[in-house]
Design a protein around this ligand. Structure first.
Ligand code: ADP
Ligand code: MG
Length: 371
């Protein structure tokens, strides 16, 4: 399996620039997920890796070999599409072996590879069926099988699960994770779904408007989002974000004016926080408290009981809603008054104008220990 290196990759459609300048080194065997909202350039970037889209500027190497100028067939990567793109008149086995047949591989070799892939994907009972006689999940598996039989240097997936219903999506997600553990293929996987990104990726690349916002392991992005965009894109329900006045700034931390009182936040570069900052709190880092201790207080406008988790949506006035993860068996009801305080060690602070992260206490000590 091959490493993939992108250096200053740019894409213009006519005069419209859709990929700014992306550099990224993907290790051999790594599972990288490109995630971001619709239209941010994920498919365009993936198609440039596959050779389906011309690269306007920059260098692309696969396995150390420059491939930016090569047609798709000479790049030895296999792409799996959202709409499966199977041939309806061919059987499952023929669909899977078709690419090899086009390359004039020996039939015995094709049969052997198709049967290996069918075993991995549990498609053995369906090899003689037509795609029209399969469920959506089975069709997606055939599309993956077609990629596997080619034994490519890398797998490229573009939203492969988006056409499946929720239960099947979860099942296929687990299968893709297992498959990756088994064959350790270098994989670039595009999705707009942050749960898929979190669960599948070795590293996530968060994209926004043709730029890379942040690259990191799933939990790095979760615990230390570099920007407000990443903070609100990763995690569900989304992080609460509130702009606050800085009341005091001392070496050991800052004091913020929050809706229902004051919040003491330990920060490293306290001097950097002046005027106003954007405070981010994840729903699970807020918990019910007395009115005296409250950061936020208001009226519960929605209570969502998901079984394993309960979320309360707290109307704190001025059109602001705060999401709180409540104790699972909490008896609160819509209309109840509720006060919540935050776990200050898990507070996220962002610069109001740039949206960039300001270091907080935990990261500061981690950085000091590393130094
Ligand atoms: P994503 O996959 O993240 O949803 P795309 O890569 O499909 O986004 O598209 C990125 C941007 O490029 C969008 O603004 C889209 O409208 C534009 N775009 C995509 N393909 C073309 C094209 N062939 N011509 C012009 N603009 C395009
Ligand atoms: Mg797309």
């Amino acid at each position: 399996m091959a490493a993939i290196e992108l250096r200053n990759i740019r894409k213009d459609y006519g005069s419209v620039n859709v990929i700014r300048s992306i550099s990224l080194a993907i290790a051999s065997g790594e599972f990288v997920v490109l995630v971001g909202p619709s239209g941010c350039g994920k498919s365009t970037l993936l198609r440039m890796l596959a050779g389906l889209e011309e690269i306007t500027d920059g260098d692309l190497a696969i396995g150390g070999r420059p491939v930016g100028h090569l047609p798709p067939a000479e790049r030895n990567v296999a792409m799996v599409f959202q709409d499966y793109a199977l041939y309806p008149h061919m059987s499952v086995a023929e669909n899977m072996g078709f690419g090899l047949k086009m390359r004039n591989s020996a039939q015995a070799d094709i049969d052997a590879r198709v049967s290996d892939a069918a075993a991995i994907l549990k498609l053995e009972p369906y090899l003689d069926r037509r795609p029209g006689q399969l469920s959506g999940g089975q069709r997606q598996r055939v599309a993956m099988g077609r990629a596997i039989v080619r034994q490519p240097e890398a797998f490229l997936f573009d939203e492969p699960l988006s056409n499946l219903d929720a239960a099947l999506r979860v099942e296929m997600r687990l299968e893709i994770a297992k498959l990756h553990r088994r064959i350790r293929a270098t994989t670039v996987y595009v999705t707009h779904d942050q749960v898929e990104a979190m669960t599948l990726a070795d590293r996530i690349v968060v994209m926004n408007g043709g730029n890379v916002e942040q690259v990191g392991a799933p939990m790095e992005l979760y615990h230390a989002p570099a920007t407000l965009f990443v903070a609100q894109f990763i995690g569900s329900p989304t992080m609460n974000v509130v702009e606050c006045a800085v009341l005091a700034s001392r070496p050991e931390g800052i004091v913020l004016e929050v809706q229902a009182g004051r919040a003491d936040i330990p920060v490293v570069r306290a001097g950097a926080a002046e005027g106003r900052v954007t405070l981010g709190m994840r729903p699970e880092d807020l918990s019910p408290c007395t009115l005296e201790e409250a950061w936020f207080s208001g009226t519960l406008s929605v209570v969502e009981r998901l079984g394993s988790q309960t979320f309360g949506y707290l109307d704190i006035g001025r059109d602001q809603m705060i999401t709180v993860e409540l104790p699972r068996d909490s008896r609160v009801e819509v209309g109840d008054s509720l006060s919540v305080a935050g776990n200050a060690a898990h507070a996220h602070l962002f610069d109001v104008s740039s949206g960039r992260r300001m270091a907080t206490a935990g990261e500061g000590s981690a950085a000091r220990n590393a130094a």
